[in-house]
Design a protein around this ligand. Structure first.
Ligand SMILES: Cc1cc2nc3c(=O)[nH]c(=O)nc-3n(C[C@H](O)[C@H](O)[C@H](O)COP(=O)(O)OP(=O)(O)OC[C@H]3O[C@@H](n4cnc5c(N)ncnc54)[C@H](O)[C@@H]3O)c2cc1C
Length: 423
């Protein structure tokens, strides 16, 4: 049976960063990945119809906030391109006036967000009374339907979940992280040149043979001398483990580990991120950009060498395929000048056995369990954009949480800690 000092599970940005840091510290590390590619929820593909590379998963970077990610990009010679709305673009948003109830609702939420200390791992404790579904919070506010739609559309762009499912405190945390609701709502600032997956590919090159693709993990259990990782046809024994898998796949694994009840509940239910993202080849006189609710929540364009590609997001309800169908119908209605060429590209992240959800969106009551998972002490620690201590659901969170997991394992190894005798 193969053995190593540290096994990292999952070659998304979190696992790749953790494995790279451990390798740099001269640890004998092995990185196991179930798919035949790296990058996880960053996946960049050539969209032949318009002749450009598009992101099926993560895309947007806000460089002044996502500083750890920018540092990684710089390290591997990767650039960012500005998301410039074409000067001739037709831009439509749901209408909004400066004096509207919407503006006063946002300033009320911003005020609450200002009380959040995003550096405090237990930031959510002070927001107990707001840990409720967004729809429940809106019930008593008597907003105009347009104002409500505007909040729900912008909230979805950040949370990727239906407003009856995700907790208002996630939105407040986003406002606090960005500094204001305004900045959070307009976070689609830059994308990674060549696609978001480029960083994962660069990290994988550094790891070489330490990375094992097509190695699906089925179980992790503690032994007297470390941890046993079991796949369908192989086993690996490690002294310490970093589990950098999406939270929503964990319920399919046997985790024979001492985890707190709140974390076990989060694993059993999973987070509620349910976004469908799709690309379509299209022709149109000017590029378009718009916001709507509940279909085609976000619409934007990319220029390819041959034609344009339109991107749309929606809540994946009742399912991914239907949600995108509804969205394309909404795009055609909202932008009659757009003609779809019939070429589509998307990935169903909810049915993907290695993701089972889009980006992290926590339901009411889940924050504590997520944090307790992120705090699990060595020899088996957890990492990932779903568990970050700051930028949940963002590539920045995956990068920082991978680095954090590696440094906690290194500190543990330096202390020479042994497993409890009972393990
Ligand atoms: C549609 C979409 C749009 C997004 N948009 C943005 C955006 O604009 N900006 C942004 O910053 N973020 C965005 N995100 C979020 C971002 O992609 C994630 O937060 C981040 O990539 C998570 O990285 P990770 O390493 O934690 O997890 P992942 O990238 O999911 O990596 C986990 C890895 O574990 C592997 N794995 C799973 N199960 C097993 C198993 N049993 N055995 C072995 N390996 C396994 C997976 O294959 C995967 O490679 C988006 C996500 C989606 C889905």
């Amino acid at each position: 049976m193969e053995t190593c000092e540290v096994a990292v599970l999952g070659a998304g940005l979190a696992g790749l960063c953790a494995a790279r840091d451990l390798q740099e510290a001269n640890v004998n590390v092995v990185l196991l990945e179930g798919r035949d590619r790296v990058g996880g929820r960053t996946w960049s593909k050539s969209f032949d119809a318009p002749g450009c590379i598009v992101d099926l998963g993560a895309e947007w970077v806000a460089p002044q906030h996502h500083t750890a990610l920018v540092k990684e990009l710089t390290r591997y010679g990767l650039g960012l391109e500005l998301n410039e709305v074409a000067s001739d673009a037709t831009v439509q948003t749901l209408s909004r006036s400066e004096t509207s109830a919407f503006t006063s609702l946002l300033s009320r939420l911003d005020k609450i967000a200002q009380t959040v200390n995003v550096r405090d791992p237990a930031w959510y404790r002070s927001l107990d009374s707001f840990d409720l579904p967004v729809t429940e919070y809106l019930e008593d506010l008597d907003l105009e339907p347009e104002d409500e739609s505007l909040l729900l559309a912008n909230g979805f762009a950040l949370q990727g979940a239906g407003p009856a499912q995700y907790s208002l405190i996630n939105l407040l945390h986003e406002f606090a992280s960005f500094g204001s609701s305004e900045e959070a709502f307009y976070a689609a600032e830059c994308r990674i040149e060549g696609g978001a997956q480029a960083l994962s590919i660069a990290l994988a090159e550094v790891l070489g043979a330490r990375l094992r693709l097509n190695w699906r993990v089925d179980s992790v259990s503690q032994t007297d001398s470390g941890l046993m990782i079991q796949g369908p046809s192989a086993q690996l024994h490690a002294q310490q483990v970093v589990i950098a898998l999406p939270v929503n796949v964990m319920r399919d694994l046997t985790l024979d580990l001492p985890l707190p009840q709140a974390s076990l509940s989060v694993i059993a239910r999973g987070h509620v991120g349910r976004a469908a993202k799709g690309w379509a080849g299209a022709t149109m006189p000017n590029s378009v950009e718009s916001t709507g609710w509940p279909n085609a929540v976000e619409v934007y364009c990319r220029e390819g060498s041959r034609s344009r590609a339109v991107c749309t997001f929606a809540v994946a309800a009742p399912n991914h395929e239907q949600a995108l169908k509804n969205s394309w119908a909404a795009v055609s209605q909202r932008h009659p000048e757009v003609t779809l060429t019939g070429e589509f590209l998307s990935h169903d992240w909810l049915s993907d056995p290695f993701a089972k959800g889009s980006w992290l969106s926590a339901a009411p009551g889940q924050s504590s369990g997520l944090h307790q998972l992120a705090d699990a002490p060595p020899p088996c620690v957890f990492a990932g954009g779903d568990l970050s201590r700051g930028w949940y659901g963002w590539m920045e969170g995956a990068v920082t949480s991978g680095a954090d997991a590696a440094s906690r394992i290194l500190a543990y190894r330096e202390r020479g800690e042994k497993l409890p005798a009972s393990a």
